[in-house]
Design a protein around this ligand. Structure first.
Ligand code: B12
Length: 502
């Protein structure tokens, strides 16, 4: 029987002031699936357990897994590559497999840069990974893998991407995530020094049908939305609440509220189960307006906060992003949410859109204040490699270091603003909002908003300090793994120069 180990990346000690201890729902889903098929599966969440790179090497030696699997996001891809290389050094026969967003978005680049990655699982992971493992068990070669749908790999230097795997039709067929595989007592959202309580991220749907060009979800999940039934959602929440004593949740779905019927059924099921939990979720303006009559009920079953993708108050920008909604509706939404008694909403904005100017960005704070929303979140436009927007903006992108594709650093200028100006404006907007006496006073008198407001300020300062310490003073160089990650970055740059990128 093959031994399978999923590994989460360790983060270095400089990140400890403001950490998100959140399990990775993707590897948990794949791990559970394989475990239920009878395989020996472990998930090593080094991130949550505070295990560093050095100890990780020891653990890999001890465990000597046949297969190691890991997820991938663009900003952590160099770290994932380092992980694969270390595994190959320690145990050359271990098969290394990456899945997740980045692997799916730019598979050829990932494989050629990675060198030590044997297989990429493209898109939905459960069935592909199972078939890969079964083929390996039979002693199958890379030639045999050609018939396994949803894989990408290099074979004698040739890049092979097998046919797309159709999605699982009914997500209810998948087992409930097996939380006993995770160090459950370690998870909670922790912003030093404001503990937000034991909180957990879960997902109950996959994909989003909206056409937004800046998002990578529609590439990974091919513009298709599928959800677990309300009954299954509530079953999972009941286990988490009763067995694991988790009471606050982040529904990390891209579009939890997509299906109105499911929303109604979710409310009914929550009432029937009588769960006393709190949750926040991300929503589109159009879904909220469509379901305005359900918001009070959602509140009554635990909805405490909404994260709403407004992106900009400039209709041209919204149209350019194919976001498909009218900005004037945000005002209408404000009164609807107030009426429904939703404790607070965070409006998400993107700065650094091609048409953005100083004036249009400063309007973010003015209008949000005028509408009376609780909080704002501002990220620079980050065209993810492998998306439409990336191909469109290719010539403008100045920053190629994937570690900076983290929604904190700006990677391209706009028609009117330089990268430096965008970063400054972003900071300015943050201060104009979070230190505005009227906002500060109001937010401090709201139980939920108070914690959010203070945690944003704290994490903002810690990130700034961390950034200075790590980047400016080059403290990261003290750590051997960072030096190796830097080497991978340099390989990436020479890779781009040679024009081998996708
Ligand atoms: C939960 C979540 C997080 C959690 C992650 C928890 C963790 N421990 O890793 C937190 C909050 C920490 C987080 C942080 C960030 N995130 Co995030 N996050 C998500 C979110 C909302 C849900 C992911 C999820 O679980 N989906 C549900 C599962 C079922 O899908 P999945 O992960 O894709 O997994 C399936 C397949 O991809 C595949 N698969 C995945 N991994 C593996 C591994 C193996 C071995 C195999 C075989 C298969 C496989 O099989 C799974 C089941 O079918 C997604 C949006 C989304 N909908 O995907 C963004 C998303 C992944 N995040 C994103 C980003 C940008 C970030 C941040 C940079 C944000 C920031 N500035 O902090 C950081 C980066 C973190 C880092 N490691 O560097 C982007 C990534 C874009 C990209 N090109 O990489 C996404 C896609 C959001 C978006 N729409 O743009 N995130």
């Amino acid at each position: 029987m093959m031994k399978i180990l999923f590994i989460e990346l360790p983060i270095d000690s400089w990140n400890r002031f403001s950490r998100l201890y959140i399990p990775n729902p993707g590897t948990l889903a794949v791990g559970t699936y394989l475990k239920n098929k009878g395989y020996s599966v472990k998930i090593l969440d080094t991130y949550a357990e505070g295990i560093g790179w050095k100890n990780l090497k020891e653990i890999i030696k001890e465990e000597s897994p046949d297969i190691v699997g890991a997820s991938s996001y663009t900003p952590d891809i160099y770290g994932r590559i380092l992980l694969a290389r270390l595994i190959k050094q320690i145990s050359p026969s271990t098969v290394t497999v990456l899945g997740g967003a980045h692997a799916t978005l730019v598979p050829e680049e990932t494989l050629r840069l990675g060198k030590a990655i044997d297989y990429l699982v493209i898109g939905e992971g459960e069935e592909t990974f199972l078939e890969l493992v079964k083929t390996l068990e039979r002693g199958g070669s890379k030639e045999d893998m050609r018939s396994v749908k949803g894989l990408a790999y290099l074979f004698n230097g040739e890049y092979i991407k097998t046919r797309d795997r159709p999605f699982i039709n009914d997500l209810d067929e998948l087992p409930m995530p097996d939380y006993s595989m995770l160090p459950m007592d370690k998870y909670g959202i922790f912003y030093f020094p404001y503990v937000l309580g034991q909180s957990l991220a879960c997902t109950f749907s996959r994909g989003c049908a909206a056409p937004c060009v800046f998002c990578s979800t529609n590439v990974v999940w091919r513009h298709c939305w599928r959800g677990r039934s309300a009954k299954k959602i509530v079953e999972e929440l009941a286990v988490l609440s009763r067995e694991y004593k988790k009471k606050t949740f982040l529904f990390a779905d891209d579009n939890f509220l997509y299906d109105r019927d499911r929303n109604k059924e979710f409310i009914n099921q929550m009432r029937a189960e009588g769960l006393e939990i709190e949750f926040r979720l991300s929503a589109r303006v159009d879904s909220l307006l469509r379901d305005k009559d359900l918001l009070k009920d959602l509140r009554s079953v635990g909805l405490t906060a909404l994260q709403i993708g407004v992106e900009s108050y400039d209709q041209d920008v919204i149209d350019g992003l194919s976001k498909n909604y009218r900005v004037e509706r945000v005002k209408e939404l404000a009164s609807i949410l107030k009426e429904a008694g939703i404790p607070f909403s965070v409006l998400f904005f993107i700065v650094g859109n091609y048409e953005d100017s100083r004036g249009s960005l400063l309007r973010i704070v003015e209008k949000t204040k005028e509408y009376g929303f609780g909080a704002i979140h501002i990220s620079p436009l980050t065209p993810w490699p492998g998306t439409q927007l990336h191909s469109r903006m290719e010539s403008l992108i100045k920053v190629r270091d994937y570690r900076d594709y983290d929604w904190k650093n700006t990677i391209m200028p706009t028609k009117h603003l330089s990268i430096k100006q965008i970063n400054r404006l972003r900071n300015r907007l943050f201060f104009k909002w979070y230190f505005a006496p009227s906002v500060f006073r109001r937010n401090l008198s709201n139980k939920y908003l108070k914690r959010y407001h203070l945690s944003r300020i704290t994490s903002f300062f810690f990130s700034a300090v961390r950034y200075k310490l790590i980047r400016k003073l080059q403290i990261w160089r003290l750590f051997w793994y960072n030096r190796l990650i830097e080497k991978i970055y340099k390989e990436h740059m020479s890779f781009i120069k040679k024009g081998k990128g996708e």
